[in-house]
Design a binder for this molecule. Structure first.
Ligand code: NAD
Length: 264
C-alpha cells in the first residue's frame, strides 16, 4: 500500500476559517502537513480555527489574512507560506462565496466579487505557487469546484459561471504541468451543510417563492439522489487522497462528490 502520510509537506488552504476549508486544513494537519490558514472572520473565529488545526497536528499552523479579491494580497499569502514552511507542496483553492438572485437583479458588485474570489483567486495562487513547486520538483493543486462546475441551477449566474471557469482552469493548468510531477485536479461537491449553504436558504426561498423547508427538501436534497448532505469530512478525505503520492496519475480531473447529482 502507498503511504498516505503528508509529513514534511507544506500546504496552503484558502478560505480555511470555516466550513470545508477548515475541515480540509484540519485533515491535512492530522496527516502531518504544515498548514497555512487564510480567510475572513472575527479574531475569535480565527483563533478557534487555528486551535482546531493545531490540535490535530504536531506542527504549528499559521494564519495570514489575505483578501481573495486582491491579487497583491494573494501573492503575499503564497510568499508567506514559502517563507514560513520553506516551500509550498500542496495548494488548495477553496475560498468561495455565493449570492442567489435572478440575473436581471444580480448586483454588479456581487458578480465581480464571486468571479474574483471563486475563480480569479485560484489563478493568482497558482501563478504564484507554481514556480516554487517547479523548483521543488513537484506539487499538488486541488481546486474546490462544485457540482455547479458541470451543471447549472437558476439564480446562481455568477457562481455557476465561476465554477465552470474553475473546471477549465484546472484542466488547462494540468496539461501545462503534466510532465513536471505537479497534478492539478478539482473536487466537485454537491450540497454540504456549511455557513455558505445555510446562508442561501432564505435567499433561495425568496427567489423561488417557497418556504425555507421546501428549499432544503425540494431544491437542495431533491438534486441529490442520496437525499442527504455531503459531509465536510468526506470532502476532506478525497482531498487527502489527491494530495498523496498514491494519486500521482490523477490530473486534469473534475471529481464529483455529489451523491449522484450530476449522474442524472
Ligand atoms: P464557508 O462560507 O463555510 O467558507 C468559505 C471560506 O471562504 C471562509 O473561510 C471565508 O472566510 C472565506 N472567504 C470568503 N471570502 C473571502 C475573501 N474575500 N478572502 C478570503 N477568504 C474569503 O463556505 P463552504 O461551504 O465551506 O465553501 C468552501 C468552498 O466550497 C467554496 O469554494 C464553495 O463554493 C465550495 N462548495 C461548497 C458547497 C457547499 O454545499 N457548502 C458545495 C460545493 C462547493
Amino acid at each position: 500500500m502507498t503511504d498516505l502520510t503528508l509529513a514534511g509537506k507544506s500546504a496552503l488552504v484558502t478560505g480555511s476559517t470555516s466550513g470545508i476549508g477548515l475541515g480540509i486544513a484540519t485533515a491535512l494537519a492530522a496527516r502531518g502537513a504544515q498548514v497555512m490558514l487564510n480567510g475572513l472572520g472575527s479574531q475569535h473565529d480565527i483563533d478557534a480555527a487555528l486551535a482546531q488545526v493545531r490540535a490535530a497536528s504536531a506542527s504549528d499552523a499559521v494564519f495570514v489574512a489575505a483578501d481573495m479579491r486582491v491579487p497583491g494580497e494573494i501573492e503575499a499569502l503564497v510568499q508567506e507560506t514559502v517563507d514560513n514552511f520553506g516551500g509550498i507542496d500542496i495548494l488548495i483553492n477553496n475560498a468561495g462565496i455565493q449570492h442567489v438572485a435572478p440575473v436581471q437583479d444580480f448586483p454588479i458588485e456581487k458578480w465581480n466579487d464571486i468571479l474574483a474570489i471563486n475563480l480569479s483567486s485560484a489563478f493568482h495562487t497558482i501563478r504564484s505557487a507554481v514556480p516554487h513547486m517547479l523548483s521543488a520538483g513537484g506539487g499538488r493543486i486541488i481546486n474546490i469546484a462544485s457540482a455547479h462546475a458541470s451543471v447549472a441551477s437558476p439564480f446562481k449566474s455568477a457562481y455557476v459561471a465561476a465554477k465552470h471557469g474553475m473546471a477549465g482552469l484546472t484542466k488547462t493548468v494540468a496539461l501545462e504541468l503534466a510532465e513536471r510531477n505537479i497534478t492539478v485536479n478539482a473536487v466537485s461537491p454537491g450540497y454540504v451543510l456549511t455557513p455558505l449553504v445555510e446562508n442561501q436558504i432564505a435567499a433561495t426561498a425568496s427567489a423561488r417563492g417557497i418556504s425555507e423547508d421546501a428549499v432544503v427538501s425540494d431544491v437542495m436534497l431533491a438534486a441529490q439522489p442520496t437525499k442527504s448532505f455531503i459531509t465536510i469530512e468526506q470532502v476532506a478525505e478525497l482531498v487527502l487522497f489527491l494530495a498523496s503520492d498514491a494519486a500521482a496519475s490523477i490530473t486534469g480531473s473534475i471529481l464529483p462528490i455529489d451523491g449522484g447529482w450530476t449522474a442524472q
